[in-house]
Design a protein around this ligand. Structure first.
Ligand SMILES: [Fe+2]
Length: 256
């Protein structure tokens, strides 16, 4: 088993087709092309990529072009559900062993010294998230099986409040249950979520909770209301580096 490996995380691309604009304003098609170029130019190419939800923006016909572009990445891609994704349509682009027996896109990546758990938190056509009862059971089983390895969990919706007026009311609505469960396992090291389009990290009871900023647009974490928000059009890829038992992360600005 490799002692060192790298995960490239891409989140909240909100991809639309060429010549369309997100909110009539943002060219997330070109940004995704640039995201892939940035990934392919990294000095150390990640072993694989996790795209942690909101791959496309609401229209499932965008998946075709999105996954065609993903083929330009030099390493495999693991997709996750976000609130703007469509589960049945996305499942056509995801290998069947990444779908659990209840039809949720819950899976583990187990051939590394760190156990990687990707948890589906999306309630289709709803902005907030949840971990459905069957997914809680699935997670519990996976955690019980992984006691001999450090664990990192990826999810779209944050299970905790991040201090954002914009996002705290649309996070994972049973985050407390999730925290209670993972707290029983001292080998859970990190929880990384998308959804919030900003930078965030906090250590709670020895577990690091952090966000993956969007590849497309960022919202200010300290916005006072959802009116007149100044969006930041920088996009980022998160690099998670595992080396001899240590996890380190950094963010790479996507070239424009
Ligand atoms: Fe998003």
């Amino acid at each position: 088993m490799k002692k060192k490996f790298i995960i490239g995380q891409i989140s909240d691309t909100h991809f639309v087709n060429k010549n369309e604009k997100l909110f009539d304003k943002f060219d997330t098609y070109t940004r995704f092309v640039k995201t892939i170029e940035t990934c392919n130019e990294l000095l150390e190419i990640p072993d694989f990529y996790i795209i942690s939800g909101d791959l496309i923006h609401d229209n499932e016909s965008f998946y075709k072009e999105f996954f065609k572009l993903c083929n330009n990445l030099k390493r495999p891609v693991y997709a996750m559900m976000g609130n703007h994704d469509k589960r049945n349509a996305l499942k056509k682009y995801v290998k069947s062993d990444l779908i659990d027996s209840h039809g949720y896109i819950n899976y583990t990546i187990s051939n590394y010294p760190l156990e990687i758990i990707c948890l589906d938190t999306a309630i289709e056509n709803n902005i907030e998230g949840t971990i459905f009862e069957t997914s809680i059971k699935w997670l519990e089983e996976k955690l019980a099986k992984s006691r001999n390895k450090p664990v990192i969990i990826f999810m779209h919706h944050p299970p905790i409040e991040i201090g954002s007026v914009l996002f705290d009311h649309i996070n994972c609505n049973n985050g407390d249950e999730f925290i209670k469960l993972i707290s029983k396992y001292q080998n859970v090291k990190e929880v990384i979520f998308g959804h919030v389009h900003c930078f965030f990290d906090k250590i709670i009871n020895g577990i690091k909770f952090s966000s993956c900023p969007s590849a497309s647009i960022q919202y200010p974490i300290d916005a006072k209301s959802d009116k007149n928000i100044q969006l930041d059009t920088n996009g980022y890829v998160k690099i998670i580096d595992y080396d001899q038992g240590e996890i380190s992360t950094k963010h790479v600005n996507i070239n424009n």
